[in-house]
Design a protein around this ligand. Structure first.
Ligand code: 5GP
Ligand code: ZN
Length: 112
């Protein structure tokens, strides 16, 4: 999608601090980190949020979780949180599916 920030990051039109890339997904550090380690993993194909995941595109979600586990291992993350916000009330500000990976500090439950 031409007017999507994360599609522009995948296309290299907006710079990012890339952590990982393959044919299906792209991982990069969040510009406003909320923990000592905070990166995002996104599908390269535009999907607006978890609400738009369906039987046609669900494979990339499993792949993203496999990549998250791989990156967490490489970074030596022993404990971390994976978050995806869906919709405005939950705090979604970029309408391209993304999974936050946060680590390196104590976290509370339930989240605010
Ligand atoms: P959301 O609020 O939709 O759950 O998460 C969007 C995330 O994208 C936020 O944590 C925000 O800091 C991050 N973000 C927004 N714009 C950019 C950008 O241009 N580059 C990077 N690396 N992260 C961004
Ligand atoms: Zn997009």
């Amino acid at each position: 999608m031409s007017d999507c920030l994360f599609c522009s990051i995948v296309a290299g039109q907006v710079p990012s601090n890339k952590l990982y890339e393959d044919a299906l997904c792209y991982a990069f550090y969040d510009i406003a980190p909320q923990a000592p380690t905070h990166f995002l993993v996104i599908p390269k194909a535009h999907i607006s949020s978890v609400s738009a995941v369906n039987s046609e595109n669900e494979a990339v979600v499993g792949h993203i979780f496999s990549v998250i586990a791989q990156l967490a291992g490489q970074l030596g993350l022993e404990s971390y949180r994976v978050v995806s916000n869906i919709g405005e009330q939950a705090g979604q500000s970029v309408l391209h599916l993304h999974f936050h990976v946060l680590s390196g500090r104590d976290m509370t439950w339930p989240p605010g």
